[in-house]
Design a protein. Structure first.
Length: 161
């Protein structure tokens, strides 16, 4: 029997017993440092992404900082946070395609350094188009670098609701 493929929305709502606080193991300490970290729930990442108002942006590292502060740990897992942002973006587009208008504004979440995310729905072209429509200026990428939001640092959300 083949297993039914989950929709993006189902993936977003599948918390898998998350969030989970863990101690950094010796293997991970070389890469991540020491202390405790949180593996967030997908809906936590989505809620932060959803809070970014029009005209503002947030980087994935800003989301990780919010999650770490919320859970009182040293940091949030970079891998799962990135994956859950990607799931949130695809779930939002799935909802939009189904006729919903109030979706997570995923295009306002940038990679580290203000770069657009080629893994988001429609790639960097779609993300750039939506950001431009909200008044942002996009700087073309050079070489392997993705396009980025000009002066994104001045447009970062300082406080999440």
């Amino acid at each position: 029997m083949t297993k039914k493929k989950m929709t993006w929305t189902e993936k977003l709502n599948d918390s898998k017993d998350l969030p989970k606080i863990q101690e950094v193991t010796e293997n991970l300490s070389r890469r991540w440092g020491t202390g405790k970290f949180v593996i967030p729930a997908p809906l936590e990442v989505d809620a932060i992404m959803r809070s970014v108002p029009k005209g503002k942006v947030m980087t994935i590292n800003d989301i990780r900082d919010c999650l770490a502060k919320k859970h009182g740990v040293n940091f949030a897992c970079p891998i799962t946070t990135g994956i859950f942002a990607w799931i949130a973006a695809n779930a939002a587009e799935e909802s939009y395609a189904a006729g919903k208008k109030d979706i997570t504004p995923w295009w306002r979440t940038l990679k580290t350094g203000g770069e657009l995310n080629p893994k988001y729905p429609g790639g960097t072209g779609e993300q750039a188009s939506r950001l431009i429509s909200e008044g942002h200026t996009i700087i073309p990428g050079k070489g392997k670098k993705a396009p980025m939001v000009k002066d994104y640092e001045k447009k970062i959300v300082k406080k999440v609701r």
